[in-house]
Design a protein around this ligand. Structure first.
Ligand SMILES: [Zn+2]
Length: 312
């Protein structure tokens, strides 16, 4: 399973130590600590000339401060167990990275996370850190004010909590679960083209979980709503963090009766039953109508492979 956005190196996330303010400050100040920068959710990277190899660019604490970035709001990614180095990410806006005289040269080599994931040019372990930081940074960006009283929320515990200065309301980084399902009748698979997709790209059905849903219920509900099919057995086969902006993909295989599709969801332009031969050709970019599927880093790709492998 080549899903590169999951955790592949285990940094110690230090969850039990985060409330200790002094300890957290000592980590930020430690000479050995390293920081990377996300500018408008794009990591600052080093790459070779043809951009086939990309690595995170790590800065020291003083370098972060010299660029005028808020080191006091550095988000703790964790402690590297191999050498005890604390790793952090610091978020800033793309506007700042482009315009601030003390930062613009140092921060100019930025990469789009989705491109890094699609090209596979960054080691999986680093891409997972970038995804973790991007999801956290978006959550901070979207939680400046208290949802209860409208007061200002302050940055706490290495970026793993925000707290309202006025009413004390606390909030924690959120993850939005999404079910993504290969719906099959045993021989064929349902694939759909949505309005927002690139031309001729098809993918498996997907939808957000709602309060009160469990995974099979969400799969049945979404499949019924989107293409009018009744789903029976649902099997969860894997999960993948997906930092766009902070989702968790829950990959399922779902068994449905081979009835006709009735597309009801506005976002779906077309949905069809596809044969194994068609799905294989789409995966390999050799479909006669040039239909294609998302790349190897995606859960949809993995699910179609599971369907083709007959593990249903
Ligand atoms: Zn409040």
């Amino acid at each position: 399973m080549n899903l590169t956005l999951g955790p592949t190196i285990e940094l110690d996330r230090l969850s039990e130590k985060r409330p200790d303010k002094e300890y957290m400050a000592s980590l930020v100040e430690a000479e050995t600590s390293r920081f990377f920068v996300l500018a408008g959710a794009k990591p600052v990277v080093d790459s070779n000339e043809d951009r086939t190899e990309t690595r995170i660019h790590w800065f020291t604490g003083p370098e972060i401060s010299e660029m005028g970035l808020a080191i006091s709001e550095a988000m703790l990614l964790g402690l590297d167990p191999s050498d005890g180095t604390a790793r952090f990410a610091v978020a800033t806006s793309e506007h700042y990275a482009r315009g601030a005289p003390q930062a613009r040269d140092t921060l100019k080599n930025r990469a789009e996370i989705s491109t890094l994931a699609a090209q596979g040019s960054m080691p999986a372990s680093e891409l997972a850190l970038v995804g973790q930081a991007a999801a956290l940074a978006t959550w901070h960006e979207n939680n400046r004010c208290c949802g209860r009283c409208g007061g200002s929320m302050t940055f706490k515990q290495g970026g793993w909590k925000r707290k309202c200065w006025a009413c004390g309301y606390e909030t924690f980084p959120r993850v939005d679960p999404i079910v993504i399902m290969a719906v099959t009748d045993g021989d064929r698979i349902v694939l759909a083209h949505e309005e927002r997709f690139p031309d001729k790209m098809y993918s498996t059905l997907a939808g957000y979980l709602e309060p009160g849903d469990d995974v099979p219920h969400a799969v049945r509900r979404e499949t019924k709503e989107e293409v009018g099919l009744e789903v029976g057995e649902v099997r969860l086969i894997g999960s993948q963090p997906w930092p766009f902006p902070h989702s968790l993909m829950l990959g399922c295989i779902a068994r449905a009766e081979p009835t006709e599709l009735v597309v009801a969801a506005a976002e779906i332009q077309d949905a069809q039953w596809f044969s194994r031969e068609d799905a294989q050709a789409m995966l390999e970019h050799r479909h006669p109508q040039e239909l294609w599927l998302p790349g190897a880093q995606s859960m949809a790709h993995h699910l179609v492979k599971v369907f083709l492998g007959g593990e249903i």
